[in-house]
Design a protein around this ligand. Structure first.
Ligand code: ZN
Length: 209
């Protein structure tokens, strides 16, 4: 949508809306009756052990926005180019966050050990000189990137959970019961190790009831 000099890109709002509402919002809703330590709250849902799970669930919802955008691009006035850009930038944001975390770790290493970070990044990883200098001038530290820890590992949670659920229930079952699968995924906030076990437990429970 274009109005004078301002361009509104509705795809960004939709992708973010799916992440926040159908991801974190739904997670909050289905975990609200559990003990406090398992509910999605600011205190519990975004600490270093649970962050990958809550962001992983929101990431699954964010991926649903791709199909929504594809199916409603005509009504929304979204061109193929805008659609491609929206999907790429959503996927790219996770990679950018993972890179940020990785560079902060290397920067910490450079401070503690005899490690030539510039040579490693520019000569070894072939990252552009300007980017490396700009990034290091900000002195990135691990304590500054804790809040993105969950986002950086969300993709891993998504693929790991899918693999485990397919193994136990079969792809057909998961396709036939999308609502209870999603509800089981959103019941409680867990550490990444426990999460697949908890989802399987609730999926069985919801199927039986
Ligand atoms: Zn999020």
């Amino acid at each position: 949508m274009e109005n004078s000099n301002t361009i509104y890109d509705i795809t960004r709002a939709i992708v973010a809306g799916f992440h926040e509402l159908f991801g974190h919002g739904v997670h909050q809703l289905y975990s609200r009756n559990l003990p406090e330590s398992l509910r999605l709250t600011d205190e519990i849902g975004f600490i270093i052990t649970t962050g990958p799970v809550t962001e992983g669930f929101a990431d699954i919802a964010e991926h649903d926005s791709y199909d929504f955008l594809k199916n409603s691009k005509k009504e929304l006035g979204v061109s193929d180019e805008m659609l491609e850009y929206a999907i790429l930038s959503s996927q790219n944001s996770k990679l950018r966050i993972a890179l940020k975390l990785y560079l902060a770790l290397l920067n910490e290493k450079a401070k503690r050990e005899n490690f030539d970070i510039r040579s490693y990044l520019i000569d070894g990883l072939k990252l552009p000189y300007e980017f490396v200098e700009w990034y290091l001038s900000r002195d990135p530290l691990l304590k500054d990137v804790f809040e993105v820890f969950g986002h950086a590992f969300s993709g891993f949670i998504r693929s790991n959970l899918k693999k485990e659920l397919v193994q136990e229930f079969g792809e057909q079952f998961l396709l036939q019961h999308p609502d209870i699968v999603r509800k089981a995924m959103a019941t409680g906030v867990w550490s990444s190790k426990i999460y697949p076990k908890a989802v399987k437990y609730f999926l069985k429970k919801y199927t039986e009831s």
